[in-house]
Design a protein around this ligand. Structure first.
Ligand code: BG6
Length: 547
């Protein structure tokens, strides 16, 4: 959740860092700070709370043309000014910002304390500043390389040294870091949004790489100091796409973008003559697709629920055994890689650590893993063996919305492709293809009922507990609905298969716990309606979404 931005160039660094942090605000944070090099020393300002609070205490004429900034989401140590990043070493010469978690920080801290270093914060990140000064002999890049070799865990780091003005050194392992190449100025950030106002030329830093940057250029190397040639990529998004565009917040904007984002996910991928899906990026021949005997889909959060829905489709429509699994579980369970199994990893950001590490573990064991990602050039997109971009455009709100419907759309296309290669008739294929094309208009129709939905939300705004109930294809949708309500409204909500409520959850039903029922237009309709009646019979209020 934390954000990093670094700058070196000719402009006033403080302004650019604050602006970059503002762009990273969407990721959530509880404190923020910047550290700017003046040419002789480093000036650091950090504060609990919002960036506007930080902005208020940063001197307007703060000198310095290079520096680093950070938005912190507390993991180690409480939310306060001291624990906020950047962290300085005792001498105040070195400053660092860090995203991720240093798993061996306690043993490193003990070692550093025994050597006489004093710790000011409760964070895991502070060890990095002390290790750097311990290793520093006039070469920051070398010190970063030596420090990184001692760290276990995940990190994206950027460091500056007062005695090396105009220089920043970054390194990564598991937390994203991207270099931006401007005109006489350079950026390092955890996310391209922090630099998009200045440049669209970027270089993605990989795990195990160190990047040393000044305003004339950059050098990337591995941990053995072997130089690595990097490709410069161009960001395909426009700045306007990461602005709110008249909406109150990004989530509202992104919900309203769905007709267009779904159209983009479908564009060029639906062949109405043959009633099939066309997904060029899979990198699999028809023969290889035929050889697939089962599919496993790995993801977390909203992407996991989209994966459950995808697995349901593949199994019921294309008749391929398929299941979805939570990446954080797959990663640590020594997963079995089965022959003739196709693996998908699904991630909007393409950077989620559990999903990425699960993918690497499966690949290490010989699996073919395809990515379903939104962010072009993200780590999962780059390292997967092929895949499909969902083309949703930037999803700034941390809680996923439009990515979910586009991920599901891509799974419909894949299912159609597989089903039409097997035994689905042309007529049935056409029915599905046309239904898919109609989805954007159907969503527009739902937006036309905005007032009705708002009235319902107001009517139930006093409620503290909600149930979301669905069956079949709508079971994962119910789970996603409950997740969204929890994460956004801080209202307790649980999702269940409506068939399962009689096995326990029914005990929760009362007039203060409404149930949102998803009622399908298929063979399960009557069964869901009968579950709904059971709830009503116990005095439970019901909001039914009828298809
Ligand atoms: C969580 C978000 O932190 O990450 C979810 O709150 C999101 O909304 C999940 O679905 C997974 O992210 P990604 O980028 O891997 O799809």
């Amino acid at each position: 959740m934390c954000g990093i931005v670094g700058y070196c160039g000719q402009k006033r660094a403080a302004n650019i860092l604050l602006e970059g942090l503002k762009r990273l605000e969407y990721r959530g944070y509880d404190s923020a700070g910047i550290c700017v090099g003046t040419g002789t020393d480093l000036k650091c300002v950090k504060k609990k709370g919002k960036i506007r609070v930080l902005k208020g205490i940063v001197p307007q004429d703060m000198p310095g043309t290079f520096g680093i900034g950070h938005t912190r989401w507390a993991t180690h140590g409480e939310v306060n000014d001291i624990n906020a990043h950047p962290h300085l070493d005792d001498s105040g010469k070195i400053a660092i910002v860090h995203n991720g978690i240093i798993e061996n920080y306690l043993s490193l801290k003990e070692m550093l304390i025994s050597e006489g270093y004093e710790f000011k914060t409760e964070t895991d990140s502070e060890v990095i500043a002390h290790l750097l000064v311990d290793r520093y002999d006039g070469d920051l890049e070398k010190a970063v390389r030596e420090t990184v070799l001692l760290l276990k865990g995940t990190f994206g780091i950027v460091a500056v040294h007062a005695d090396e003005p105009g220089k920043m050194v970054g390194a990564r392992n598991g937390s994203p870091l991207v270099l931006g190449i401007g005109d006489g100025e350079m950026f390092l950030a955890s996310d391209v949004t922090a630099m998009m106002a200045y440049t669209k030329q970027v270089v993605y830093i990989e795990d195990g790489e160190v990047v040393s940057v000044d305003c004339d250029g950059f050098r990337t190397s591995d941990l053995k100091d072997r130089e690595i040639a990097k490709q410069v990529d161009h960001i395909g998004w426009e700045l306007e796409e990461i602005e709110k565009d008249g909406f109150t917040h990004f989530m509202e904007k992104e919900i309203h973008e769905q007709p267009e984002s779904i159209s983009r996910a479908i564009r060029g991928r639906l062949n109405l003559d043959t009633a099939t899906g066309h997904l060029g990026g899979l990198n699999l021949s028809i023969k290889e697709l035929h050889a697939i005997e089962r599919v496993k889909i790995i993801a977390i959060g909203t992407s996991y629920y989209a994966s459950m829905l995808g697995a349901y489709l593949m199994e019921t429509v294309a008749r391929i055994p398929a299941m979805a699994e939570v990446a954080s579980e797959v990663r640590y369970k020594n997963p079995i890689v089965e022959m003739n199994t196709l693996y998908f990893v699904v991630s909007q950001s393409g950077e989620t650590a559990d999903t990425l590490y699960a993918m690497r573990e499966l690949q290490r064991k010989g699996a073919t893993v395809l990515g379903v990602c939104n962010v072009v050039g993200s780590t999962i997109a780059r390292e997967s063996d092929g895949g499909v971009y969902i083309h949703s455009g930037p999803e700034i709100a941390v809680a996923s919305t439009k990515a979910f419907t586009s991920q599901v759309t891509v799974f419909y296309l894949f299912t159609l492709l597989m089903a039409r290669m097997r035994d689905m008739s042309l007529d049935r294929g056409l029915e599905i293809a046309k239904a898919l094309q109609n989805v954007p208009d159907q969503i527009r129709h739902i937006f036309s009922m905005g007032n009705l939905i708002r009235d319902l939300a107001i009517k139930y705004s006093w409620v503290e507990n909600f149930l979301f109930l669905g069956r079949g294809i709508q079971y994962p949708v119910a789970l996603e609905g409950a997740l969204k309500l929890k994460e956004i409204s801080y209202i307790h909500a649980e999702g269940f298969s409506s068939a399962e409520i009689k096995h326990g959850p029914i005990a929760l039903i009362n007039e203060k716990t409404p149930s949102v029922f998803l009622v399908p237009d298929d063979a399960l309709r009557d069964k869901v309606i009968s579950n709904l009646k059971e709830v009503k019979a116990r005095g439970g209020k019901v909001i039914a979404l009828m298809v």
